[in-house]
Design a protein around this ligand. Structure first.
Ligand SMILES: Cc1cc2nc3c(=O)[nH]c(=O)nc-3n(C[C@H](O)[C@H](O)[C@H](O)COP(=O)(O)OP(=O)(O)OC[C@H]3O[C@@H](n4cnc5c(N)ncnc54)[C@H](O)[C@@H]3O)c2cc1C
Ligand code: FES
Length: 505
């Protein structure tokens, strides 16, 4: 099980990436074992397989069914936390490398879908940044200024194809792109298998250990994959208990798709300057209509449980821009990891020699995952990458320390919740289809009553580091505010860093 067992499903989720795969059923020895089969894991396995390495990919769910199945797949080289902020924290040279690395990721996707003949609706499009409600035009001027300094192909324009935006200022970024993420992963899976790579679904990696000249990945079924190198691409790392998790924070984010007449919104990426920002793109439909995909309304994971309000706000935002948008087809949510200094963590896991990690995807996790594949493949093949310093997982960033403390205050606040009363005073009051935290003596219980009346009771203590989980009524799962674990109503871990289920009570 993994996040595909949460309740909502994206516009893409009907595509099965590698339906023929089975769980690991014997010990294996390979060159590189990759844990996680999202964009980061599959892209890394592909790069190493074409370089002649024997790879094995393990996933606790079906192949490609993690957060990559919930993306909206803007392929952008523009820092979504703003180049100006990134340059303030890390300097202009590293900001330039950020742009170059994400541009290289888009180029790499374009090349792979071409050479592997992957029909994944890849298109080069422009990206447009425009002022959100109440935001000043100077936000754009600041980004134009820094973008120009960094060598970004950007210009200021007037007018966007939305209601009331004929005179609106915007920035146009060239050479952005978009695609169908799961059709692309399906092509990567075929490319890995064609080079004798092994893919194992429904296989939970429990432990990753260095053994001197190699690594061992032990699975919950008792089988072991031995390799020279391991890559942990589980979105939120399952191997690192503290170091990386105190430098990033999980955010729930929401997306919807609507039918829209062909040509009503020209094919491009659009995003505004609100905080959190909204974004929009087109995906080609089969008939004379397209899909309009919108997203945003993010909040810190577990901080609130008001998905209906988020979707209402997203719908209102969409209808303001595109009044003649058609019927809604899908609504879903997912999670992204925001780092303290706006760049992800890619490279050697702190304290390890042979274990690599890719995390801190932010809203640009697709290109970030592909950057990870290029960088980690270089390191495993004993070469250097110009992006090592930018994404170094062990880095400390003094200038971001205030934000770092603010994010980690969540963990302190969360532990205080154990002292508070339960959300309802008795489990008997739990209605069918509802979940709540209930106090039983000194313990806090995560209780859920199924639609058929079945009662599920598990400890409310997250098995990563013990924060109290929060009920997510949209996805019908338990979310951990501290570092982003999700659990099913029967306690099964669905998303890292947790691996073990919530304890029985
Ligand atoms: C709604 C939404 C919209 C987004 N929009 C964009 C966008 O427009 N552009 C963009 O670039 N990014 C976007 N993102 C971010 C991007 O989609 C993600 O960051 C990216 O897909 C993450 O890829 P990944 O490979 O790191 O993780 P995943 O796709 O989550 O893959 C990790 C895999 O690891 C597996 N796993 C976890 N634990 C274990 C274990 N113990 N053993 C074995 N396997 C395990 C999981 O089952 C999962 O399949 C969006 C995200 C969301 C949720
Ligand atoms: S995810 Fe770390 S304590 Fe829950």
């Amino acid at each position: 099980m993994n996040v595909s067992d949460e309740r909502t499903a994206s516009l893409w989720a009907s595509i099965k990436v590698a339906p023929e795969t089975a769980p690991l059923a014997q010990d294996e020895t390979v060159d590189v074992v990759v844990v996680g089969s999202g964009i980061a894991g599959m892209s890394t396995a592909y790069e190493l397989a074409i370089a002649g390495q024997k790879v094995a990919v393990l996933d606790r769910g079906k192949i490609g069914s993690g957060m990559t199945a919930r993306t909206t797949a803007h392929l952008s080289s523009v820092c979504d936390d703003y180049f100006s902020r990134l340059a303030d924290l890390r300097g202009t040279e590293l900001a330039r490398l950020y742009y170059q690395s994400h541009s290289a990721a888009i180029d790499r996707i374009e090349a792979i879908q071409d050479v592997e003949r992957i029909g994944c609706d890849f298109r080069r499009v422009d990206g447009f940044l425009f002022p959100g409600a109440g935001r000043p035009e100077t936000d754009l001027d600041r980004e134009l200024d820094i973008g120009t300094k960094l060598g970004v192909t950007v210009e200021k324009i007037v007018g966007l194809p939305f209601a009331g935006f004929a005179d609106a200022p915007a920035l146009r970024y060239a050479n952005q792109a978009t695609f169908h993420p799961l059709k692309y992963l399906r092509g990567l899976a075929a490319g890995i298998s064609a080079r004798a790579g092994l893919l194992f679904s429904d296989t939970v990696a429990e432990k990753i250990e260095e053994t001197g000249d190699g690594v061992r990945v032990s699975t919950s079924a008792g089988f072991v994959v031995s390799a020279k190198w391991a890559v942990v691409a589980t979105n939120s790392p399952i191997n690192d208990r503290v170091v990386l998790h105190t430098k990033q924070a999980p955010y729930r984010t929401y997306a919807m798709s609507f039918k829209v007449g062909r040509g009503v919104v020209p094919d491009a990426l659009y995003w505004d300057t609100e905080d959190p920002y909204h974004y929009l793109r087109i995906h080609p439909g089969k008939d004379e209509s397209d899909f309009l995909i919108v997203g945003g309304e993010d909040h810190k994971t577990g901080a609130v449980d008001d998905a209906d309000d988020r979707f209402t706000a997203l719908t209102a935002w969409t209808k303001r821009l595109v009044p003649n948008v058609g019927m809604e087809t899908h609504r879903w949510s997912g999670q992204v990891m925001e780092t303290i200094d706006h760049a992800g963590f890619i490279g050697r896991n702190p304290g390890n020699e042979r274990v690599f990690v890719a995390t801190g995807d932010s809203g640009e996790g697709i290109t970030h995952g592909v950057v990870a594949s290029l960088l980690i493949a270089e390191l495993i093949l004993q070469r250097k990458s110009p992006w090592q310093e930018l994404y170094q997982p062990s880095r400390k960033t003094a200038a971001a320390f205030a934000d770092y403390l603010a994010e980690n205050a969540t963990a302190i606040k969360n532990f205080a919740e154990y002292l508070a009363p339960g959300e309802i005073d008795s489990i008997e009051k739990l209605a069918p289809g509802k979940g709540a935290i209930v106090r039983e003596g000194l313990a806090k219980i995560a209780a859920f009553r199924g639609d058929d009346g079945t009662l599920y009771k598990r400890s409310a203590s997250c098995t990563h580091m013990g924060c109290q989980v929060h009920w997510n009524s949209l996805e019908r799962c338990w979310d951990c505010t501290c570092h982003g674990s999700h659990f099913a109503v029967d306690g099964t871990a669905l998303n890292g860093p947790a691996v073990s289920p919530l304890a029985e009570t």
